[in-house]
Design a protein around this ligand. Structure first.
Ligand code: SAM
Length: 217
């Protein structure tokens, strides 16, 4: 057997968090409040939030686009990592969770860096007409549109900018041979296409539910 990524059992996963998660009471509170919602599993894992923040700093991102914001956790993590003149444009649908996101951003003092545009993301993206104007695009909304979101991300990213897709392992459903779900089929299509897409440098990380990193060439 060749060297491969570890399976994390509960004890090892907890160890990983214990030795690496840099939490704050505010972020822990947002996770706890979101955990009470029926859609709690939509939120990125805490270690993914920390990883996104690291990516923001690694590539010196100033301008971020997020597609899929929910109660605002990933946006909060990235906003805290931005320089003071940095900004995030968040796309989501209208919902009760918009107010939750805004209240935590306000409390964290990053509200002025974040614009939340409500409506189908494809409509918001169609209005963005400056190619190359973003450093990082985080994609975490409706999976059926992932392949289309990739095209928008590549149009809107600068060369060297990063598109990050969440849920690319889809709790293992990517293994289904003939999936009924269009979401599953779209993620499978995206994963297969990215492997051979010459427009990007690429890596799929088994972090959270699977995260793909695509650096625009
Ligand atoms: C997985 S959640 C995002 C989680 C978020 N990144 C976080 O860390 O908490 C997906 C979000 O995408 C939004 N969404 C789904 N379809 C959408 C669409 N067509 N346009 C915009 N937002 C959409 C949902 O309302 C939901 O809030």
């Amino acid at each position: 057997m060749t060297t491969r990524t570890l399976n994390l059992d509960d004890a090892l996963y907890q160890y990983m968090l214990d030795v690496s998660l840099r939490d704050s009471p505010l972020k822990a509170r947002l996770r706890a409040e979101t955990a009470l919602l029926p859609t709690a599993r939509w939120q990125v894992a805490a270690e993914q939030g920390q990883f996104l923040a690291l990516l923001v700093k690694l590539i010196g991102a100033r301008r971020i686009l997020e597609i899929g914001t929910f109660t605002g956790y990933s946006a909060l993590c990235m906003a805290e990592a931005l320089p003071v003149d940095g900004s995030i444009l968040c796309c989501d649908l209208p919902g009760d969770y918009n107010a939750t996101a805004r209240s935590y951003w306000r409390e964290a003092g990053v509200e002025s860096r974040i614009e939340l545009r409500l409506g189908p993301a494809l409509e918001t993206l169609a209005e963005l007409d400056k190619p190359g104007s973003f450093d990082l695009v985080f994609i975490d909304a409706d999976k059926a549109n992932y392949p289309t979101y990739l095209e928008h991300a590549l149009r809107l990213l600068r060369v060297g900018g990063l598109a990050v897709f969440d849920n690319v392992l889809w709790s293992g459903r990517v293994l289904e041979a003939n999936p009924e779900s269009e979401d599953t089929r779209a993620i499978q299509r995206l994963n297969r296409a990215l492997k051979v897409d010459e427009r990007v440098d690429y890596s799929l990380l088994p972090l959270g539910d699977g995260m793909s990193l695509c650096r625009k060439r």
